[in-house]
Write a protein that binds this ligand. Structure first.
Ligand SMILES: [Zn+2]
Length: 347
């Protein structure tokens, strides 16, 4: 037994060779010390059965402990060699090179405006609703009381994807989808992207954002419409903003009205931005047409509602004095970064 313990002690001294070994030497050492056939430690373990019980316990315990230590040392050296192989060669690393610049991201100005407007309406009890951008003519036009000869149905004005599927020209189809899915009372605010065959110039874009709203319940009147939209204007623009409603026409509302807010620049006295009128047009609105309610299976004798729609781009342009709608879509970081909290493009 004394011989075996002495052999284990001299084996233990070999541990110091492992951290210095290169790959080839490491394999040699492994075979020499732990090899299954003729490894030094294997020889010692093989001698165990010939010993008496006490000696077997002492030598076996020490041999197994050493085996674990050797295995850990081999593993550690293998990992270190692998890491060294993956690292760049000495001299290939230029510590004086400038670091990669960070490019902090931010929300697009239009996304910020959409979120803000939806938040204002959420406080007034409206839930955010969304729908598909490719719609059938039924959802985009007919259920909304568009006559079949309305110009918007023409391929000159709208993007058709084939058959009766059209890229939605407004977010109003989500009103229909909401009324079909949920019985009144309903209060939703509907943000989303819309498409029209418009020119791409300073005030038009074939793709644009819209935010609509819809409230349907028993006893809703034009007073609810005016109060809700005036409260919205005072939240998004100045607190003392005055609004006015002008008669208008939409197929899906009756009566219909445009809402103007007092010009934020001249406070109503007239300036070039408001074409000297003192007012800025913000949104279209009206009482939901009874035919629209009936198209969705809602009893128009029992329920009434109001709806509105506005362009977040227009609101952002008025607020920040942005002269051209194309700036929102050109991905020019110099423009966008002004509204995202200071992030600048890497140079
Ligand atoms: Zn003005």
């Amino acid at each position: 037994m004394g011989d075996l313990l002495a052999a284990l002690a001299s084996l233990r001294e070999r541990l110091t060779e492992i951290p210095q070994a290169d790959e080839r030497r490491l394999q040699e050492l492994k075979t020499e010390l732990l090899g299954r056939k003729a490894g030094a430690l294997t020889e010692i373990l093989r001698a165990l059965p010939a010993l008496d019980a006490d000696s077997r316990k002492a030598v076996g315990g020490a041999a197994n402990a050493l085996k674990r230590e050797l295995e850990e040392a081999f593993d550690a050296r293998e990992r270190a060699l692998k890491r060294a192989a993956a690292a760049p060669p000495p001299g290939g690393l230029d510590l004086t090179m400038p670091g990669r610049p960070q490019w902090p991201a931010g929300l697009h100005l239009i996304t910020q405006v959409v979120d803000e407007i939806c938040d204002v309406f959420r406080e007034l009890g409206f839930t955010r609703a969304v729908g598909p951008e490719a719609e059938t003519e039924r959802y985009n036009f007919y259920a909304l009381n568009f006559p079949t000869d309305h110009p918007a149905l023409d391929a000159q004005d709208s993007f058709y994807l084939g058959g009766d599927v059209v890229l939605r020209t407004h977010t109003s189809p989500v009103q229909i989808r909401t009324l079909e899915a949920y019985p009144p009372p309903v209060r939703v605010v509907i943000p989303g992207r819309c498409y029209r065959r418009d020119p791409f110039d300073a005030s038009h874009s074939p793709v644009f954002e819209q935010i609509e709203g819809l409230a349907v319940d028993e006893g809703i009147t034009f007073v609810d419409l005016k109060a809700t939209l005036a409260a919205f204007a005072r939240r998004v623009f100045a607190r003392d903003t005055t609004v006015r409603f002008r008669p208008s026409y939409f197929p899906f509302t009756e009566p219909s009205a445009e809402m103007d807010v007092q010009c934020q620049l001249c406070k109503g006295s007239g300036c070039p931005a408001c074409k000297q009128s003192g007012w800025m047009e913000i949104l279209g609105s009206g009482m939901v047409h009874p035919a629209v309610l009936e198209n969705c299976g809602v009893d128009s004798e029992k329920y009434t509602g109001f709806a509105w729609g506005m362009g977040p781009e227009r609101i952002a342009m008025l607020r920040h004095g942005i002269p051209d709608i194309r700036l929102f879509l050109e991905s020019d970081v110099r423009f966008l970064a002004q509204f995202t909290g200071g992030g600048e493009a890497p140079r």
